[in-house]
Design a protein around this ligand. Sequence first.
Ligand SMILES: [Zn+2]
Ligand SMILES: [Zn+2]
Length: 171
Amino acid sequence: MGFHSKNCHECGHSMLSSHATSGRNEWMSDVIAITSHGDLHSGEYDGYGGIGGADFFMAGLDDSTSYHVACWEMEGKPMEYRGDSDHAEDQGFFFAGPQHDLPDPRTVSADVFEGAKSDAERYDPTNPPEECHDCGEECDGLEAWQDDFDVALCEGCAEDRRADEEEDALV
Ligand SMILES: [Zn+2]
Ligand SMILES: [Zn+2]
């Protein structure tokens, strides 16, 4: 079975393969699932449907309520099965933007978390920004500046920034 994931019952974002997390959203690969039989599995999500070494089908995870552990804790650690969680379209792996760039809800206020969530959800991978962040020109082939998807640059501006960085490095 290939990459596969479910969406968290609470926040609606997918359980992420630990290979697809950045520092900030590492918490999204720490997950827990309660199966329709009442079994509880928690641990690191392996990206292939397994949680903490439990197999997706063998362990009954194909019919389970899934959460990020952080979201589950914020929700008061519910122990009961609440219906089969949705399958994640991006399979917890196939995304190339800040769609899941969320801070751990246990470490920030609810307002900060909701703000980051709506920013992340507004990002549309099929409709990336068309204007350069620095010069405001519209052009094709904008590139994200150093993994910062809010800063899309045209070739010229990206080169300017690289030149500036090199200069700074020489000082
Ligand atoms: Zn969640
Ligand atoms: Zn530009």
